[in-house]
Unconditional design. Structure first.
Lengths: 329, 173
C-alpha cells in the first residue's frame, strides 16, 4: 500500500470514524510516525495509545508522544460514543451484525475492534452495548510477501498442494494468505487459477458492503461474512473454484466442509492458530484433519525474521511414514 | 370622503388578511405535524425493515417531503456528509432552531422533533422501534390537538378579522 493511499485512508476513512477531539490530536502526529501506526486504541478513562511495530506509545493532547500516563490524553466515554456514531454513519442499527462479531470493517479494509457490555441471546453474542473500547487496526497489504510460501505449495503450473498454514497470532498468516490468493489468481506468468474465498471475519478481502477492499486478483470470488462450512459448500456448488481459501479453521463443520471440497477435487489453503505441531494436535478437529491426511503440507510461520517468516514445512505423508517406521521398530 | 373610503377599504382588507393569516397558522401547524408523522413513518420503515443507513434515508426523503422539512433534512445531510464530526442530535437541533421561522409548531410539537433527533440512529433496531412508537404516539396526541385547534380557530380568526375590519371601517367612516 502506497503512502499516498494510506494518507488518503487516514483522512477519509480512519479519522472520519473518530471523535473530533481525538482526530485533532492524532492529526498533529508527525506524518512519518502516523504512517507506521498499526493500531490506535481508545479505552474509556485510559490514555490515548497508538501501537507501532509492537511498541505502545502514549499521546498527549498536543499530539506528542509522552512517557507517563499522567501526561497522556485521557479518552472520555463521550468520545468513544461519538466515534461509534461516526463509524456507523449515525446508524448504529445498521451495524448490529458487526457489533455481534465485535468489529467493523471500514472502506480500505481497515478494521475497528469493539469492546463493551456483551448482550447475549440464546448463548450467542447478540450485540455490544456500553462500548468501552475501540481499536482501529490499520490494514496494510504486503504485495509479494508470499513468494516463499507460494513456491512451497506449488505442485506444478496448474496445481498446488492442500496446505495448512499455522502460526501464532501476529505471525502474518492472513497477510500471507491474502497475497497467495492474489498471486495464484493473477497467475503472474503462469496461468491464473480460479479461487473462492470464504471470508468469515472479513479479514482476507476486507470487504466493505460486500466489495473486497484488498486486491484479491482477477479470478477470485469472495463470500463475505459467511460461516466457513456453509461457504465452502456454496462455492463448490456455484463458482467451480480450483482453490478454496479460508482463514482460521478448527470446528467440526470446517472438517466436514473441507472433506467435501477435497472430494470435489478442489484444493484447499487455510490457516490455523498454533505455533507447533503439538499445539495443532491438541485441537481435536485439526488433529483429525492431519491424521486423515486432508492436508499435504503444513507450513509454520513465525515473525523471527519479520512477519511471515517460514519456520518449518511439514510434509504430512512423510510425517506419517516416519511415525509408521517408529511404530514398526 | 373619497380618500376616507379608500383608507377604510384598505384597513378592512388588511384586517381580513391578518385574520386569515392567523387562521392559517393553525392549518399549517396541523399539516406540518402530519408531514412530520409521514417522515417518522418513512424512517421507521427504512430503519426497522431494511436497516438503511441514515444518510441514504435522508437522500431518498428530501425530494418527497414538503417545505420546510425538505430544507431541514437537506441541511442536516450536507452537514453530516461534508463535515461529519458533529453528533447528529446537535446538527438536528441547530437546524430546527435556524428554521423556527418557517415552522408553525408549538413548543410541545418542537420538543417531539428534538427528541426524535436525539434518538435517531443511536441504538439497535429493537430500541429504535420503541423510540419510533413513542414519537408516533406523542405526535398522534399533538395531531389530535392541532386538529381541534384548527377546526375551532380557523373560523374564529377569519371571522374576527372581518368583524374587526368592519368595526374600524365604521369608525373611520
Amino acid at each position: 500500500m502506497s503512502n499516498q493511499r494510506l494518507i488518503q485512508d487516514f483522512n477519509e476513512v480512519i479519522f472520519k470514524g473518530m471523535d473530533l477531539k481525538i482526530k485533532n490530536i492524532l492529526s498533529r502526529l508527525p506524518l512519518t510516525f502516523l504512517l507506521g501506526i498499526d493500531e490506535i486504541r481508545l479505552r474509556v478513562n485510559n490514555p490515548l495509545m497508538v501501537c507501532k511495530m509492537k511498541e505502545d506509545f502514549l499521546i498527549n493532547d498536543h499530539g506528542e508522544i509522552v512517557q507517563s500516563v499522567k501526561e497522556a490524553y485521557i479518552v472520555k466515554e463521550k468520545e468513544i460514543h461519538n466515534s461509534l456514531q461516526l463509524l456507523s454513519q449515525y446508524s448504529l442499527y445498521s451495524i448490529e451484525e458487526e457489533l455481534s462479531k465485535g468489529f467493523i470493517t471500514l472502506r480500505g479494509g481497515h478494521r475497528v475492534g469493539i469492546t463493551g457490555k456483551v448482550v447475549l441471546e440464546g448463548g450467542e453474542v447478540k450485540t455490544i452495548k456500553y462500548v468501552n473500547g475501540l481499536n482501529y487496526r490499520v490494514m496494510r497489504e504486503v504485495k509479494g510477501c508470499s513468494r516463499t510460501v507460494a513456491q512451497i505449495i506449488q505442485r506444478d503450473e496448474n496445481d498446488i498442494y492442500h496446505t495448512l498454514i499455522a502460526g501464532p497470532p501476529k505471525s502474518g498468516k492472513t497477510t500471507i494468505l491474502r497475497d497467495l490468493v492474489r498471486a495464484f489468481s493473477m497467475g503472474n506468468g503462469r496461468s491464473g487459477l480460479k479461487i473462492g474465498v470464504v471470508d468469515e471475519r472479513s479479514e482476507i478481502a476486507g470487504c466493505h458492503r460486500g466489495i473486497p477492499q484488498n486486491d484479491m486478483g482477477i479470478r477470485t470470488d469472495v463470500l463475505d461474512c459467511c460461516p466457513k462450512g456453509a461457504g465452502i459448500i456454496n462455492l463448490i456448488r456455484s463458482m467451480s473454484p480450483q482453490i478454496i481459501v479460508t482463514d482460521e479453521i478448527g470446528s467440526k463443520e470446517d472438517l466436514i466442509a473441507i472433506r467435501e471440497a477435497l472430494n470435489a477435487g478442489i484444493k484447499m489453503i487455510t490457516t490455523v492458530h498454533g505455533a507447533s505441531m503439538e499445539e495443532l494436535l491438541n485441537r481435536p478437529y485439526i488433529a483429525q484433519m492431519i491424521q486423515d491426511k486432508l492436508f499435504e503440507k503444513i507450513i509454520f510461520l513465525d515473525n523471527s525474521n519479520g512477519i511471515g517468516t517460514v519456520s518449518k514445512v511439514i510434509e504430512v505423508n512423510e510425517l506419517f511414514k516416519k511415525e509408521e517406521l517408529e511404530h514398526v521398530s | 370622503m373619497y380618500l376616507k373610503c379608500i383608507g377604510a377599504l384598505l384597513v378592512f382588507i388588511s384586517s381580513c388578511l391578518l385574520g386569515r393569516l392567523q387562521a392559517n397558522r393553525f392549518a399549517k401547524r396541523y399539516s406540518q405535524i402530519l408531514d412530520f408523522q409521514g417522515i417518522v413513518q418513512y424512517f421507521e420503515t427504512e430503519i426497522c425493515y431494511t436497516s438503511t443507513p441514515i444518510m441514504e434515508i435522508f437522500h431518498s426523503l428530501i425530494p418527497i417531503v414538503n417545505p420546510p422539512f425538505d430544507k431541514i433534512l437537506k441541511n442536516v445531510l450536507s452537514r453530516i456528509t461534508d463535515y461529519g464530526y458533529e453528533p447528529l442530535c446537535v446538527i438536528w437541533k441547530d437546524e430546527l432552531d435556524q428554521n423556527k421561522g418557517s415552522l408553525y409548531l408549538k413548543q410541545e410539537d418542537l420538543d417531539i422533533l428534538l427528541y426524535f433527533g436525539n434518538v435517531l440512529g443511536t441504538t439497535d433496531t429493537e430500541n429504535q422501534k420503541k423510540y419510533f412508537a413513542l414519537v408516533k404516539g406523542r405526535l398522534h396526541t399533538q395531531l389530535t390537538l392541532a386538529l381541534e385547534d384548527k377546526l375551532k380557530y380557523i373560523k374564529l380568526y377569519s371571522q374576527l378579522g372581518i368583524i374587526v375590519g368592519l368595526f374600524i371601517t365604521i369608525i373611520i367612516i
